[in-house]
Design a protein around this ligand. Structure first.
Ligand code: PMV
Length: 314
């Protein structure tokens, strides 16, 4: 019997993974479209993209979990978004593969995270923030028409940030970490339609609707003062008030109201829908004690909602 051949070290190195975050809007969605500030926190992991061995020349993006490959000429939103991104970055050939760690269309910024991760993969790194943001904005426009930019900016920068359309994002200092419990209503609505429904209200009832949007902006300003003090009670109050104002803009649903009420009943300091509304996810702010987080999670789970816990660190 001969000795087995010595094991040679593997020459295969796994492809580099390019990552981007999801986000949860704590306050200010929709008002942000009209130039008011929003407060948002990045969620990781959001999504990962890497270069695969190309099966054919040209551009492609494969999402194995969906058993689909998207190409610029296939007329799908993702195919068109890939085309817009690649054109902005001046890239013509790349076979990308991606994995999403967030539910799609639920208000957690999954499309922006994918756009930013694809931009980073096409650029070969995350050094060129300006081109990453420009490419991801072109990508986001395919899905949302005229996005404020909060999603892809948070996807690229991470952290907890105050965002203003056209101005960008500034970091909001946190005195201590906070725990969020996010629950998926299971309902879905298009961001484009929800943004259009607010635009219709601005057109038909300009004074009232603008007052509501300004009231939302005031909540964001208060929360940005409260967070560096570690004052989560105020942030929670602002979230509850924001939910009422979003409801008055017809952006909530019965299911979202039920989930918010259950979270508050179980001890959350504040709860609201997050993102475009009409369904999607809700976010509950939990005080520090693990017991409250567990109670809020149990209350939401009892209503059949998938939940996830997010730790937001200073
Ligand atoms: O639902 P999402 O994750 O796409 O969030 C949309 C946020 C809006 O303020 C409603 C739109 C925007 O462009 O900012």
């Amino acid at each position: 019997m001969t000795d087995p051949a010595p094991l040679s070290p593997s020459t295969h190195t796994p492809p580099r993974r390019y990552r981007a975050s999801g986000k949860v809007i704590l306050l200010g969605e929709h008002a942000v479209v009209y130039g008011h500030p929003a407060l948002a926190a990045a969620i990781t992991p959001g999504c990962e993209v890497w270069h695969a061995a190309p099966a054919a020349p040209g551009l492609s993006l494969t999402i194995a979990a969906w058993e689909r490959t998207f190409r610029p000429d296939d007329a799908s939103d993702l195919g068109r978004a890939l085309a817009a991104l690649a054109e902005t970055l001046g890239v013509t050939d790349a076979a990308l593969e991606g994995v999403l760690h967030l539910p799609g269309g639920g208000g957690l910024g999954s499309s922006a995270a994918l756009g930013v991760a694809c931009a980073r993969a096409l650029l070969g790194g995350d050094d060129d923030l300006e081109r990453t943001l420009a490419g991801a904005l072109a990508w986001e426009k395919v899905f949302h028409g005229n996005p404020s930019g909060v999603d892809h900016t948070l996807a690229a920068l991470g952290g907890v940030r105050r965002f203003v359309k056209g101005e960008g994002a500034s970091r909001v200092g946190l005195r201590r970490g906070m725990t969020l419990v996010i629950a998926d209503s299971g309902e879905r609505a298009s961001t484009r339609d929800m943004v259009a429904s607010v635009a219709a209200q601005v057109a038909h009832r300009p004074a009232e609707t603008r007052r509501t949007l300004e009231a939302i902006a005031a909540l964001v300003r208060n929360a940005c003062l409260a967070l560096p003090e570690g004052d989560f009670k105020t942030l929670g109050d602002m979230m509850n008030l924001n939910q009422m104002l979003l409801s008055s803009l017809l952006l909530s649903t019965e299911r979202l109201e039920t989930l918010c009420a259950a979270a508050r009943g179980a001890g959350a300091l504040g709860a609201k829908l997050t993102g475009a509304g009409g369904g999607g996810c809700m976010v509950a702010l939990c005080p520090d004690e693990a017991a409250t987080v567990a109670r809020v999670t149990a209350a939401l789970t009892a209503l059949g909602a998938p939940t996830r816990q997010v730790e937001v660190t200073p």
